[in-house]
Design a binder for this molecule. Structure first.
Ligand SMILES: [Zn+2]
Ligand SMILES: [Zn+2]
Length: 329
């Protein structure tokens, strides 16, 4: 008897820069498949919400196998955020690991799961560029979710520098966190699916060089560059005069000075652009900012979100050197 997964006849062609999960949703809409669980031989193996930030989840492997003539490798490099995240996952990830090893990475102490990343804004939020949506609609008759718009911390579309990415409704605050639940017709309606307000006014982006820099680096990572995180860690702690492996009274003092320095470096609107508290509230001056806690970087075996790495590095190292030298092309 054919298994469920073998019964799927074809998947919609992946559009340029389309996120794999976007294609799954289109497949469901087109009637190629009734339910995303139909992709999985063992539906219990993956029941997570459709978040753009998932890395190497079982569903990806099953969906990739539906595409004949394109390898899983090519699909995941171009249609997921694998490239963006890989430098920060402990271990060597120049190549996409074989499927048997995914569970250790995907569940990496569960830290890499988007549900655990609530304090990083935009990690659970699907975003889009109105210009791209319009172009897609004009060219193909539909719009879809682009991978490059999902990079956390970026503010503008690469192809339309004037176009600020949309992510949440300014009227009711609704954001798209799970595209299998609520499909958004980005075009032609371009209205909030909850309160039906047009998505035409949106939150302005703070004007600060770190936002442009994070955008630039994130794009380079996504397009295949790697960040030498080990060297970055070494230089960071050297610059601070801290040895993360040994605890001395002087080291503890230096750590607390450094933590305060990191916390006080960025204006509040920039902090709120990158991070949020659990209740979507705003940080107040003097609050601890857990994604910027230097202690996160002590343990070489755990995953720390790229935004923590990038922002802490920028604050500590960028005054004396150019951080682009940590990128491996
Ligand atoms: Zn665009
Ligand atoms: Zn709304």
């Amino acid at each position: 008897m054919a298994t469920k997964a073998q019964r799927i006849s074809f998947m919609p062609v992946l559009m340029p820069n389309e996120h794999l999960l976007s294609a799954v949703c289109r497949g469901i809409k087109l009637g190629t498949v009734n339910h995303w669980r139909d992709f999985l031989n063992d539906p219990k193996s993956d029941g997570s919400e459709f978040c753009s930030g998932h890395v190497l989840r079982p569903l990806y492997a099953s969906v990739c196998s539906q595409y004949h003539g394109t390898t899983q490798d090519v699909i995941l490099r171009n249609h997921s955020l694998w490239h963006y995240f890989r430098s920060f996952i402990p271990g060597d990830h120049r190549e996409i690991p074989s499927r048997e090893n995914w569970s250790t990475i995907y569940n990496h102490k569960q830290n890499l799961h988007p549900l655990k990343l609530v304090r990083y804004r935009q990690t659970k939020q699907w975003r889009w560029c109105l210009e791209c949506a319009q172009q897609d609609y004009d060219t193909y008759g539909f719009s879809y979710w682009h991978v490059e718009h999902q990079l956390p911390g970026i503010s503008h579309c690469q192809h339309h520098p004037e176009s600020q990415l949309r992510g949440a409704c300014n009227s009711c605050g609704s954001q798209v966190t799970d595209i299998r639940e609520k499909s958004v017709r980005l075009f032609p309606e371009n209205r909030c699916p909850v309160c039906h307000t047009p998505f035409d006014n949106y939150e302005s982006t703070p004007n600060h060089p770190i936002i442009d820099w994070v955008t630039e680096i994130s794009r380079q990572l996504q397009s295949g560059s790697e960040l030498d995180v080990q060297l970055l860690r070494k230089d960071l702690f050297e610059a601070l005069g801290i040895d993360p492996k040994t605890k001395t009274a002087a080291g503890i003092k230096r750590t607390s000075i450094a933590r305060k320095m990191i916390r006080d470096e960025l204006p509040l609107d920039v902090i709120n652009w990158f991070f949020q508290t659990e209740e979507r509230g705003s940080f107040k001056a003097g609050d601890n900012i857990s994604p910027l806690d230097l202690k996160l970087l002590y343990d070489t075996s755990s995953f720390v979100h790229p935004l923590s790495w990038l922002i802490i590095s920028w604050i500590i190292l960028s005054k004396n050197r150019t951080l682009d030298s940590y990128l491996i092309q």
